[in-house]
Design a protein around this ligand. Structure first.
Ligand code: GLU
Length: 385
């Protein structure tokens, strides 16, 4: 038999998504697992979203729709972007598909794409799938290192990906640094992707800044947005891209051969979500901020930059690893000994760290964190003996 493509041989599976399968298997074997590994809120979606989706399904909205998405939904999304209309929006199967499609549309083989590290698991693999080359640039205390990004730019650089609030670190990037990135893109004729899946999750009174705030860069910017996290609709698989019409038209051309439209009745659920008053979200944001604080307190001695956004903490565990051991091995040990899943930092190019998602019910979160700390302490004792 002839081998599978070189392209797929170079791609690793998503370590975050993979974790869900591992946990499901363990649960099937009867183990109680607390999942702090996957980035997913454990609350149900808003009732308005569920009712509208069910209503659309029962009402027969089950057929093909326009590739780019239902007009009303595109208009509702466009509302968030000053000067944009439905023509600037593509509804996608999660922001994951928006990112994938944008990279396919912008990159040629051999182009370089700069990503600040640590970064979300799928960026590198999606870049490789586009035939391009990921160029990882280290952050400084999880904040963008502008000088390092600037020095990584060369004639082959095509794009920079910015993700704020950041997955996995929870870092929020201030407007002045984003402004410098915008100017850098203009100066070197680069495209930009702004992954804004966590835009609403910003704490401590910090304000959220987007690359879209810089009008001079909009003609080269793709914003990827998501309904998954903000509206707790992860399994619905719905997100969007907001970009100049030319880019959206090209992305829709690709999507027409890939998936066609996003599930018709799910789009109706998203339309209900788009109509929810943002103030409804405040209660949940406050709760998450409390859970973040609680998480940092329970983790105690684990060094960790205070995350100002998203719903992750990304502590440094190097001091708790045995000689030559990886954070991945630690994560496996925690899962085996304590039945708690955490994501290994290696999945995000953040060796020596683990990612913990705190968007869980409080009792489950506290129990899970206490078990993590217990295993780490046990191991410290073992190391000493
Ligand atoms: N984005 C979430 C995470 O990082 C969900 C899984 C994924 O698509 O990566 O855990």
């Amino acid at each position: 038999m002839k081998p599978l493509s070189e392209r797929i041989k170079r791609i690793s599976p998503s370590r975050t998504v993979q974790l869900t399968g591992v946990i499901e298997n363990l649960r099937r074997q009867g183990r109680h697992i607390i999942n702090l590994g996957i980035g997913e809120p454990d609350e149900s979606p808003p009732q308005a979203v569920v009712s509208r989706t069910v209503h659309a399904l029962k009402g027969g909205q089950t057929r093909y729709g326009p590739v780019s998405g239902a007009r009303a939904l595109r208009e509702a999304i466009a509302h968030k972007f000053n000067g944009y209309t439905a023509q600037n929006i593509l509804v996608t199967n999660g922001s994951k598909q928006a990112l994938y499609t944008a990279l396919q549309v912008v990159c040629n083989p051999g182009d370089q794409v700069i990503i600040p590290r640590p970064c979300w698991v799928s960026f590198c693999e999606q870049i490789k799938l586009a035939g391009a080359v990921p160029v990882l640039v280290d952050t400084k205390a999880h904040q963008l290192n502008f000088e390092a990004i600037e020095s990584a730019v060369n004639t082959r650089t095509k794009m920079i990906i910015i993700n704020s609030p950041n997955n996995p670190t929870g870092a929020v990037y201030p407007g002045d640094v984003l402004g410098k990135i915008a100017d850098l893109a203009i100066k070197n004729d680069l495209y930009l992707i702004s992954d804004e899946a966590y835009e609403a999750f910003v704490y401590d009174g910090w304000t959220y800044n987007s690359l879209f705030d810089f009008p001079h860069v909009r003609d080269r910017l793709v914003v990827a947005g998501s309904f998954s996290k903000i509206h707790r609709m992860t399994g619905f698989r719905i997100g969007y891209a907001a970009a100049p019409e030319e880019i959206i038209t090209a992305m829709a051309r690709l999507q027409s051969h890939l998936t066609g439209n996003v599930c018709t009745f799910v789009q109706q659920g998203a339309l209900a979500a788009a109509g929810i008053d943002p103030s409804e979200f405040d209660r949940w944001r406050n709760e998450l901020q409390k859970k973040r604080d609680m998480t940092l307190e329970i983790l105690g001695d684990l060094p960790c930059h205070i995350p100002r956004g998203a719903f992750y903490v990304f502590p440094d565990v190097t001091g708790f690893l045995k000689d030559g051991e990886s954070a991945e091995a630690l994560a496996t040990d925690i899962l085996q000994r304590a039945g708690v899943a955490v994501a290994p930092g290696e999945a995000f190019g953040g060796e020596g760290h683990i990612r913990i998602c705190y968007a869980l019910a409080e009792n489950e979160l506290v129990r899970g964190l206490e078990k993590v700390v217990h295993v780490i302490k046990q191991r410290t004792g073992e190391k000493a003996t």
